[in-house]
Design a protein around this ligand. Sequence first.
Ligand SMILES: [Zn+2]
Length: 343
Amino acid sequence: MKAVVLEKQGEITVRDMPLTQSMTPDSVRIAVKNVGICGSDVHYFTHGRIGPYVVKEPMILGHEAAGVVVEAGANVKHLKAGDRVCMEPGIPNAKSRAAKLGLYNLDPDVSFWATPPVHGCLIEEVVHPAEYTFLLPENVSLAEGAMIEPLAIGLQAAKKARIVPGDTAVVIGAGTIGIMCALSLMAGGCSRVFITDAKQEKLDIAAGYPGLTPVNITRADPLKTVREATLGWGAEVVVEATGAAPVYPGFVEYSCPGGKVVLVGIPIDPVPFDIAAIQAKELDIASVFRYANIYPRAIDLVASGKIDVKKLISKTYPLAKAVEAFNEAAKLEPHIVKIQIEL
Ligand SMILES: [Zn+2]
């Protein structure tokens, strides 16, 4: 089966790979159709590692996928051949303490697509547990289905923010995940979301959504902008979505007294954090690691029209041009949000 394989750092090929997973009565076999390229895929390509996860053997890339069911196991009730679906890339051990508590994203034994040594889903077919495979409604395309994974992270952030209707929010960073967070905060009841970045092209994309106010940090003082807009009070919710070290010493300043801060971006090294400033406002700090029990909500929000992910798909490449797609993604051009590969 044709697959997109990271042979080693800096080298991707499209070549035959065997389908190593075998069907069980509880799994489905899926013809993969659309896969989004994530920053993590690009990072494995350009750096060969993310933190402790090192690419030592050729690895199939990709974890943001939608496809069509080819075969459903005997125990599978909610899916049948021909159904269009999207898949959650992380599979926990169902018997783990974390999974039993509903915190399955935090199971230390979770197996996650395209995280070494686990292969990803950029291959013509995958076998996947049915309970992590979700039916797409008629009006949600396969391309949108492959956007559910990054949207799920935004929704996990909105859930952790425990939004109260009418909250004002600030999102630091207008990359794919920053925009997903902002859209999720709006869908969750915020009245407005300020989204900050240094790249105007990214902010222009965010500006296309109602409720989102872009702030270019090279042209305006974002703290002053937020303070003025909130009559000096600050925002009820602040989401950090860059992981960039220079952001951390000051970003809690956006928050109002008693506000909530959600950490989504992952800094490469430990960063300084102003504890006294956090205590002075009794801020609640929440953090996000992937998501749990969010996919059905993400799909419903896209199907209902409350969240439009279509305009975030910047380019689509056929499987044969996957190397070109990854080279393009590695350029990190600011006007490109999501690149997808169509199989
Ligand atoms: Zn991703």
